[in-house]
Design a protein around this ligand. Structure first.
Ligand code: MN
Length: 382
């Protein structure tokens, strides 16, 4: 029987690549959700003959309904729609690749419904890591990482004993501005920040890669997924993005996962686990690369990275605060309201601005998120 899957964020970079994997391996796609791209969602809905389609932006609801009016597809919208899809009884697995904090509630909903989750939405674990991991344990649900670094670690753990793991080596491409000084970053333009050397991605994660916030978010994500202490995670800049991450065991053996930089490999591993079948990508030729390099990151220039690590060391609301402050700052940068270096300044400032408090419930996350966003908007509008 074909595995039944729902995909949240189906028109984005991860979503479209996930559908390629689903097509290659004959998955039964039952529901798709997109933020606002009704044109592509319509095409995907028809191609995969789905049962439910959801558009997050409710202003696009009528447009989507119109486009699919000759079909029996049930049209949904907003957060309610995302959560309805996440909890469908038919699902074998829910793939969550929406952008930002928005992804947290659908992830919790899927887990609550006992559905395994293939997780590409890193903000889910950054803002609500404790909640998500506790609930997954309680409901005996599996979370398969799609982020390439976490997929690499997940792959390196197979056949070994988790309790004999010493540390994780989290590789980072370094983004388009690796090696630049803080002074040099002052005049960076949007076009420069949106040009990533190795990966084709959506605009939010591309900016996060330029500020290295992406690596900070992944650091926090790794802590939760693999139950690591912050001291057990080492970040190494690896410009070629061939070694997707590595783990070190007690005997100092280091096991790494390699491959061409193509998200279809980790996506497929999450969806077909534990099977390894041919993937719609190309093989890795090490001699084409010739050299692989490894360097230390610059925590002083890339303040987002330093702040994210500090946030998870402190715990409580801090990871959520830095994440939400970053989401707002990236939006402001993309709308030409602030400069590139302001993102790091704003993100690091929330660590001084707010007192520690615990995250015990989803509402605590919502409150911390709101607080951080209001703070950023107030700070920028002064
Ligand atoms: Mn990644």
């Amino acid at each position: 029987m074909n595995k039944k899957i729902s995909i949240l964020g189906s028109t984005g970079s991860i979503g479209t690549q996930s559908l390629e994997v689903c097509e290659k391996h004959d998955f039964d796609v039952i529901a798709l959700a997109a933020y606002g791209n009704t044109e592509l969602l319509e095409k995907q809905a028809r191609k995969f003959n789905i049962l439910y389609a959801c558009i997050y932006d409710d202003k696009k609801y009528n447009d989507l309904k119109q486009r699919l009016s000759d079909t029996d597809i049930k049209i949904l919208c907003g957060m309610d729609g995302l959560c309805e899809i996440s909890s469908l009884g038919e699902n074998d697995i829910v793939l969550n690749s929406v952008v930002g904090m928005v992804g947290l509630l659908p992830t919790l909903t899927a887990i609550n419904s006992g559905k395994d989750v293939a997780l590409a939405n890193k903000e889910t674990l950054v803002a609500g890591g404790q909640l998500v991991m506790n609930l997954a344990k309680e409901k005996n649900v599996k979370i398969y990482p799609i982020d390439s670094e976490h997929s690499a670690v997940f792959q390196c753990l197979q056949g070994n004993k988790r309790q004999q793991l010493r540390k994780m080596i989290l590789t980072a491409s370094g983004g388009p501005f690796f090696g630049k000084t803080y002074e040099e970053l002052k005049n960076v333009t949007k076009a420069q920040a949106l040009k990533h050397p190795n990966w084709e991605m959506g605009s939010k994660i591309t900016i996060d890669s330029a500020t290295l916030m992406n690596k900070g978010l992944e650091f926090i994500e790794a802590k939760w997924l693999f139950d690591l202490k912050p001291e057990q995670i080492e970040i190494v800049v690896h410009r070629q993005s061939v070694v997707h991450s590595a783990v070190e065991y007690n005997d100092y053996s280091v096991i790494a996962q390699m491959g061409v930089p193509d998200m279809k490999i980790p996506i497929q591993y999450a969806l077909l686990y534990p099977d390894r079948l041919e993937c719609p990508t190309k093989p890795l030729s090490l001699t084409d690369y010739g050299q692989l390099t490894f360097e230390k990151p610059d925590f002083e220039t890339f303040k987002c990275l330093k702040s994210a690590i500090e946030a998870i060391k402190r715990g409580g609301i801090y990871p959520c605060l830095v994440n939400s402050a970053n989401e707002e700052s990236v939006k402001l940068f993309l709308n030409d309201r602030i400069k590139f270096i302001d993102i790091g300044e704003i993100v690091s400032s929330v660590l001084d601005e707010f007192e520690y408090s615990d995250i015990k419930s989803y509402d605590d996350v919502v409150n911390a998120d709101k607080m951080a966003r209001e703070y950023v908007l107030k700070k920028v509008n002064l």
